[in-house]
Design a binder for this molecule. Structure first.
Ligand code: SF4
Length: 444
C-alpha cells in the first residue's frame, strides 16, 4: 500500500485543509505515514502569510527535497504553492507537484497524475487554480468525476539511456486483460465517461506475454465490454511499438480518442542513438504520416529532451527543423537532467545549464506558433466537449484533443452542466486553449 507523509504548517485554516487532504488520500486508498522515510508521497501544506511562515515552509520543502529518495514524490500544497505557482520549482528544485489552496480537494487526482507521469519526470505538475479565475474544477479520479486513469502495465523493458524507471520498477509487466476490462466496467458504472490507459509504455502491452498486438486487442475488449464508454484515450506510446493493427483499431472505433501521446525524445538520429532509442527518424516520419492518413483529425502530442549529453548546436537545429516539419499539436520540452544510476549520467560532454535553458526556450517558441496554428484550424468546427468546471457565465472542458492536466482546455460561454458531454462550436483559438459556444441550448 502506498503511503503519504503530510506536514501541515501555518494557521488553523491550513490544519483544516490538511485534514481534508489526508481524508481524501485515505479515501483514495493511501495510508498516512508518520515519517517521510516510510512514505512514497511527501506533502507540505505550506503557509505564505508572513515572512517567518514563508521561510519555515521553504525550509521544510528544501529539506524534504534534499532527503528525497529515488521514487519519492514531493508536493507543495497551501498558500505558498498558490502564491508562487510554478516559480516554486526554481526555489525548490526537486518539487514534483504544486497544488494551490483553491484546488487541494483535487489532491488524489494530482497524486494519480504524478504516478502516471513517470515519463515526464523532471516536469512538475502545477494545479494552482484556473487561468480563468473563478472557475472551480470537479475532482477527477479513479472513482469520481467523469475521467479515470486505468493502469494497464507497470515497469518498462526499454533501454533508454537517460531513464531510471526500468531500474526502479523493473521490466514491463502487463496486467491481465480480464482484470483491466472488469476495472473499466466498474469505472464506467461509477460514472466515468473517459478512460485513460496508462503504463510506462502502453504500446508494449502484452509484449511480456509474447503478444505483438496486445494493446489493440485490449482496446477492442474494453469497448466490447463497456459500450457506454464515450472516450478511450491512449497515453505514452513508444514509436517502435505502434503497429498497423493499433492504428487500424484506433481509426475504426469512434470511442477511441483521435489522440496519441508518443514521446519521441529527439529528432536527430545520432542523439537518439546515444539515448539508446529507435533512431530511424524516417520511420517516425512514415509512422506519423500513417497515423494522419488513418485519422486526419488526430491530435499528436510528443515530448523532447534538449541538452542531452553531447547535443551539438547542429543536432539541436535538426530537432527544431523536425518539429517544424512534423507540426505536432502539442510538444512537451524537458531540459536533460542526469539521473543517478543511468548510463546517460556518465556520458562525457554534459551540456551547460545555460545552453540547455536557451535551447528549451527556442524550441518552446517555435512550437508555440505551431500549436497556435493547429488550434486555429479548429475554429468553426463542432467538437464534443466534456464539461469539467463552471462559474457564473463561463465553463471549461476538454475535447478529444486534450488529455487532463497535460493539454489545453475549451473555454465555453455559459454555465454548463459539469460532467456532461456537449457539442461546442469553436469560435476562437489561443496557443493552448480553444474558445467556443454550445451548439444547442443546454439540455437539448
Ligand atoms: S520507454 Fe524509455 S523513457 Fe519511457 S519509461 Fe521506458 S526506459 Fe524510461
Amino acid at each position: 500500500m502506498m503511503r503519504f507523509y503530510l506536514l501541515s504548517l501555518g494557521c488553523p485554516k491550513n490544519t483544516v485543509d490538511s485534514e481534508g487532504i489526508s481524508r481524501l488520500l485515505q479515501q483514495a486508498g493511501y495510508k498516512a505515514a508518520a515519517k517521510p522515510e516510510s512514505a512514497q508521497f511527501l506533502i507540505v501544506n505550506t503557509c505564505g502569510f508572513i515572512d517567518r511562515a514563508r521561510e519555515e515552509s521553504f525550509a521544510a520543502l528544501r529539506e524534504l527535497a534534499r532527503r528525497k529518495r529515488r521514487g519519492q514524490i514531493l508536493i507543495a500544497a497551501g498558500c505558498l504553492a498558490q502564491r508562487y505557482g510554478r516559480e516554486l520549482v526554481t526555489a525548490v528544485p526537486g518539487l514534483d507537484g504544486i497544488i494551490g489552496t483553491r484546488r487541494w480537494m483535487e489532491i488524489a487526482t494530482l497524486v494519480q497524475i504524478l504516478r502516471a507521469k513517470d515519463h515526464a519526470r523532471g516536469r512538475p505538475v502545477v494545479m494552482t487554480g484556473d487561468p480563468l479565475g473563478e472557475v472551480t474544477k470537479v475532482t477527477r479520479g479513479a472513482l469520481q468525476g467523469a475521467s479515470a486513469y486505468l493502469k494497464i502495465a507497470d515497469g518498462c523493458s526499454a533501454p533508454c539511456a537517460f531513464c531510471v524507471i526500468p531500474a526502479i520498477k523493473g521490466p514491463a509487466h502487463s496486467r491481465p486483460l480480464e482484470t483491466i476490462v472488469s476495472e473499466a466496467q466498474q469505472l464506467v458504472e461509477k460514472g466515468a465517461r473517459e478512460l485513460i490507459l496508462i503504463a510506462q509504455d502502453t504500446t508494449a502491452y502484452g509484449h511480456d506475454r509474447g503478444e505483438r498486438d496486445g494493446l489493440p486487442t485490449l482496446v477492442e475488449a474494453i469497448l466490447a465490454a463497456v459500450p457506454a464508454l464515450q472516450w478511450l484515450r491512449l497515453m505514452y506510446a513508444y514509436p517502435q511499438h505502434v503497429t498497423p493493427r493499433l492504428i487500424e483499431v484506433m481509426a475504426r472505433y469512434p470511442q477511441v480518442c483521435r489522440y496519441l501521446d508518443m514521446p519521441l525524445q529527439h529528432g536527430h538520429p545520432e542523439v537518439l542513438r546515444r539515448m539508446n532509442r529507435p533512431h530511424d527518424v524516417d520511420k517516425v516520419r512514415r509512422l506519423v504520416a500513417d497515423l494522419r492518413e488513418a485519422m486526419p483529425d488526430i491530435a499528436l502530442r510528443t515530448s523532447f529532451i534538449v541538452g542531452y549529453p553531447g547535443e551539438t548546436e547542429d543536432e539541436f537545429l535538426a530537432l527544431l527543423d523536425f518539429v517544424v516539419e512534423m507540426a505536432f499539436d502539442r510538444v512537451g520540452v524537458f531540459t536533460y537532467s542526469p539521473e543517478e544510476g543511468t548510463r546517460a549520467a556518465e556520458l562525457p560532454s554534459q551540456v551547460p545549464t545555460e545552453v540547455k535553458e536557451e535551447r528549451y526556450a527556442r524550441l518552446m517558441e517555435v512550437q508555440q506558433s505551431i500549436s497556435l496554428a493547429r488550434n486555429q484550424q479548429m475554429v468553426g468546427r463542432v467538437l464534443k466537449v466534456l464539461v469539467e468546471g463552471q462559474s457564473e457565465d463561463l465553463s471549461v472542458g476538454r475535447s478529444y484533443r486534450d488529455a487532463p492536466e497535460i493539454d489545453g482546455l475549451v473555454l465555453i460561454k455559459g454555465k454548463l452542466p459539469v460532467g456532461e458531454m456537449l457539442a461546442v462550436r469553436v469560435t476562437g483559438a489561443m496557443e493552448y486553449d480553444l474558445v467556443g459556444e454550445p451548439v444547442s441550448p443546454v439540455g437539448q
